[in-house]
Design a protein around this ligand. Sequence first.
Ligand SMILES: Nc1ncnc2c1ncn2[C@@H]1O[C@H](COP(=O)(O)OP(=O)(O)OP(=O)(O)O)[C@@H](O)[C@H]1O
Ligand SMILES: [Mg+2]
Length: 281
Amino acid sequence: MAIEVSDLRKSYGAVEALRGLSFDVRRGEVFGLLGPNGAGKTTTVEILEGYRARSGGSVRVLGQDPAVRDRRQQERVGIVLQSCGFHSHITVREAVGHMAKAYPRPRDVGETIALVGLEDKAEERSGRLSGGQRRRLDLALALVGDPELVFLDEPTTGFDPAARRAAWTVVGALRDLGKTVLLTTHYLDEAQALADRVAIIKDGAMVAEGPPAELSPTSAGYLVSYVSDGRRVEHRTDDPTDLLHRLTGDALARGDRLQGLEVARPTLEDVYLELTAEDEQ
Ligand SMILES: Nc1ncnc2c1ncn2[C@@H]1O[C@H](COP(=O)(O)OP(=O)(O)OP(=O)(O)O)[C@@H](O)[C@H]1O
Ligand SMILES: [Mg+2]
């Protein structure tokens, strides 16, 4: 395991931000942490990074407790913080080059800048980058040390669609290299595209965990639809096999065909919205 989290708790004064969270991330896996604003994602990630102290529970990152500062350990981990301030007067190349010096076997600086698509801005002062460009620089800073485990807290927030797809390619390349990635995101298509497994958390507790395609909602169900008399008829069901058998059986018995028949699986977004919905009682 790259990451082991067991009964993790964190209180900020009276606020219980994490209430006994448990999950594991295997080596070589891309793991997505999802949940609404304030769910506890950044708190979790920063405890794993060793930036915040936990109130309870146990945590292992690459076999060690991140609360114990260890230089060798830090060299094996790359980090993109949710918000990150750095010297705005130095250029992109200087920033990445400076970070590279902190690691024993860094990637090539120019190559890393190209990896995040900032070649054209390499000599620009970082304070003059746009929001999305600054975020790309954050990603470059996390990758330049060639870490085996990468934490990405909302790595693509503020990216334009092309840059977001480019970042997905970067994460895919990290996976192909056998690196472990823990990422948080509010883009469910991103989680669906990138993550081998996701955990959905709410109010500091786990509400669902598993491969994105296997998370099933409790009520949203499958959507079976077809066209009849020029309009689409929709049925929601948890058991599409049975429903399709009846619908197609009836149609065949009438000597009819179901036009435009479709079966839609619930998307990760459907599942997410249902699981994180506020109670409406
Ligand atoms: N330094 C802090 N002091 C006090 N409370 C905090 C602190 N940091 C976070 N919290 C609280 O802990 C809870 C979890 O915050 P956290 O930043 O982990 O959420 P998040 O899931 O990352 O949210 P977002 O999607 O908005 O980034 C929130 O209720 C937040 O107000
Ligand atoms: Mg956060």
